[in-house]
Ligand binder design. Structure first.
Ligand code: HEC
Length: 113
């Protein structure tokens, strides 16, 4: 009886830990990026409008950026004339998570199926 309870508790804890370690790109986007860039990547948020962010649902907006550029911007942040426009996320997100976010960003402009 007791062992069974402990066993199921262990499973619950293990699942919780895995989820905390590897959030999906969608979750990371929602938690870290959506308040500026918008849940749909269109940046139609208070901050997005104020900061004049690009509409990621428009493929042309990101056409001049390579995936490496997007990865670097997410990991190291964006600076203009030495002034930080966006902070980097390399301390919060793993390289895998950042790579998944870059795919997520490109996905906003994917033609509707
Ligand atoms: C506090 C608001 C804010 C948050 C939160 C934020 N960004 Fe940004 N982001 C910006 C600003 C400002 C720029 C610079 C835009 C420019 O130079 O035109 C930018 C630029 C970028 C760029 C470079 C391409 C571009 O649009 O110029 C990428 C890629 C990017 N952000 C991804 C992310 C990701 C991924 C997250 C979440 C992990 C995130 N951002 C969170 C404000 C934010």
């Amino acid at each position: 009886m007791k062992t069974k309870l402990i066993a199921s508790l262990t499973v619950v804890l293990a699942l919780g830990a895995t989820a905390a370690l590897a959030a999906t790109a969608g979750e990371n986007w929602e938690n870290h990026c959506a308040k500026c860039h918008g849940a749909d990547g269109k940046a139609q948020t208070k901050l997005g409008t104020k900061l004049k962010l690009k509409d990621y649902s428009n493929a042309a907006a990101l056409a001049k950026f390579t995936d490496a550029d997007l990865t670097k911007a997410t990991a190291d942040g964006v600076k203009e004339n030495g002034k930080e426009k966006m902070k980097g996320y390399s301390d919060k997100l793993s390289a895998d998570e950042i790579a998944a976010l870059v795919k997520h960003i490109r996905g906003f402009a994917a033609p509707a199926k």
